[in-house]
Design a protein around this ligand. Sequence first.
Ligand SMILES: [Zn+2]
Length: 140
Amino acid sequence: MGIDSILNRLEKVRRTGPGKWTACCPAHDDKCPSLGIKQADDDKILIHCFGGCDVQSIVSAIGLTLSDLMPEKPQGYDRTRARGSRFSKSEMFDRLLHESIILGLGIRQLLSGKELSPADIESIGKAESLIDELRIEASR
Ligand SMILES: [Zn+2]
């Protein structure tokens, strides 16, 4: 979503500087323009209501969602990240693979009758919690 299509949905839009506008807030009964709109350097659009409305209610008042404030990404952009996910799908897979190798090495060592060193136990513990984290991430 470009900045123009957002400005088009607002009332009394006035440009106050480069990449900066004011407008009437659509989320409350706004007499004087108390909405500040700013286009950040990374093309992300920042909206602030001086009347105290939260951004979520402002964008939904003009029929948009928070993701419309994010810069448009070129094709092939991994959408899992757009949902606020910590890892993309391929990153999750790589991490999972890596951690399962660590677990596998630990098991092999135990099977061959060797004891695990404190460092081994630590990295196995880390692997377990990371796998659990990925499991939660994947189920979102
Ligand atoms: Zn407001």
